[in-house]
Every structure is written in C-alpha cells, then in structure tokens.
Design a protein around this ligand. Structure first.
Ligand code: AP5
Length: 190
C-alpha cells in the first residue's frame, strides 16, 4: 500500500495536490478538514462543536479527528492506499495513526512537506476566501491564528517522521504541475 502524509501549513496546496495524486495512484483521500466541514454541513453535534474552533483558527480535539480517521480506515479495507491531508496535526495524532496502521499490518510510506512562506500563504487564503465560503479564510486575523497553530502544534509532527527517516520536504511555490512532478519523484523513490 502507498500511505502518504501530505504536510504543510494552511494554504500550502495539500488539497490541490491530493486531487492529482488520487487520480494518478488511485488512493483514498482522507482530509480531516473536509470531514469536519461535512459534519458542519450535516449539522451534527460534532460539527457544531468543531465549527466554533475552526472559525477561530484553532485545532479541534485529537480524539475527534482520530475517531474520524479510524472509522474511514475501517470503511475502506480494500483501498490501495491513503493520502492523509491535514492529519496528523499533532504528535499525539501521529502516534495514534501509527498504532491504527500497525494494527492493520500497515505503515506510513512517507511524509511529503510543502514549504511555502507565510506571506504567500496569507495571499493564497485571502484570495480563496472571497469565494470559498470558508469562514476561516475570510479574515487575516484568523489566517494568522491558523499559521500560529501550525507552527506551535503541527510543525513538530515533521520531527516524528524525520526520526523514522520518512520525511521529505519540497518547494511548494511554483506551478501546480511543477510541484506535482516533484511529489511524484519522491514517491518513485519509496
Ligand atoms: P483544513 O481543511 O485541513 O485546512 P488547512 O490545513 O488550513 O489547509 P487548506 O485546505 O486551507 O490549505 P491546503 O494546504 O489544502 O491548500 P489548498 O490546496 O486548499 O483544516 C481546517 C480546520 O479544520 C483547521 O484549522 C482545524 O480547525 C480543523 N482541522 C482539520 N484537520 C484537523 C486535525 N487533524 N486536527 C485538529 N483540527 C483539524 O490551496 C490553498 C489555495 O492556494 C487554493 O486557493 C489553491 O487554489 C491555491 N494554490 C494551491 N497550489 C497553488 C500554487 N502552486 N500556486 C498558487 N496557488 C496555489
């Protein structure tokens, strides 16, 4: 199986590249952000709780997203592999993901991090905010909070995969196809 963690700050291009990767490799895309927005759209209790945190640029509790990922892994037993997009976002989530995969005799193939400067991230998200309908893209203060959450809670997840020799960083600035080509080259070396 090819199990890829696509990593990077808000607006780095994880979702954009995931769409191209699922086409090329036939993987299942697991985006915790999309799953949470699905819960919000359905008006579930989980969604209502998550919305308050997401609109404020904060992470939702680990147990919530770990539970969602666990359910999706169980529901896709025949998958060729998974792209984890926006997950794991804390070291506790990374440890839980390792345990979930180990229990299925699987493991992460690698983490690919998209490197993009804070200024470029803000520009991309503000531009998208105009028509994405995502409240967390609409205002610069919330975008900056999301970047701070990333730097404090999520960036350490890279060390978790570096220790396992599963970390590769690539330049996330360039055309979508250039970045996709760089990702494909990394995967070819797994
Ligand atoms: P989530 O939905 O994961 O959002 P995010 O990480 O903030 O990432 P984005 O979707 O905004 O960006 P992206 O990197 O996917 O970039 P994209 O391809 O869209 O999370 C939202 C919230 O949910 C979190 O803040 C948190 O509250 C909660 N949450 C989610 N997962 C969680 C977890 N595991 N634990 C706890 N809480 C969790 O591209 C962005 C824009 O840039 C687009 O407009 C795109 O067209 C453009 N773009 C893409 N590539 C390029 C390029 N090469 N050049 C120029 N523009 C580009």
């Amino acid at each position: 199986m090819l199990n890829l963690v696509l990593f990077g700050p808000p607006g780095a291009g994880k979702g954009t590249q995931s769409q191209k990767l699922i086409e090329k490799y036939g993987l299942i895309h697991l985006s915790t952000g999309d799953l949470l927005r699905g819960e919000i759209a359905q008006g579930t209790t989980l969604g209502l709780e998550a919305k308050k945190l997401m609109d404020d640029g904060k992470l939702v509790p680990d147990e919530v997203v770990i539970g969602m990922i666990s359910n999706k892994l169980d529901a896709n037993k025949e998958a060729k592999g998974f792209i984890f997009d926006g997950f794991p976002r804390t070291v506790a989530q990374a440890e839980a993901l390792d345990q979930l995969l180990t229990s299925k005799s699987e493991s992460i193939s690698g983490m690919i991090a998209l490197e993009v400067s804070d200024g470029e991230l803000e520009t991309r998200l503000l531009l998208r905010g105009k028509d994405s309908g995502r409240p967390d893209d609409a205002n610069p203060e919330v975008i900056r909070k999301r970047i701070v959450e990333y730097n404090t809670k999520t960036a350490p997840v890279a060390d978790f995969y570096k220790k396992q020799n599963k970390f590769t960083s690539i330049n996330g600035i360039g055309t979508i196809d250039e970045i996709f080509g760089a990702i494909v080259n990394v995967i070819a070396a797994y």
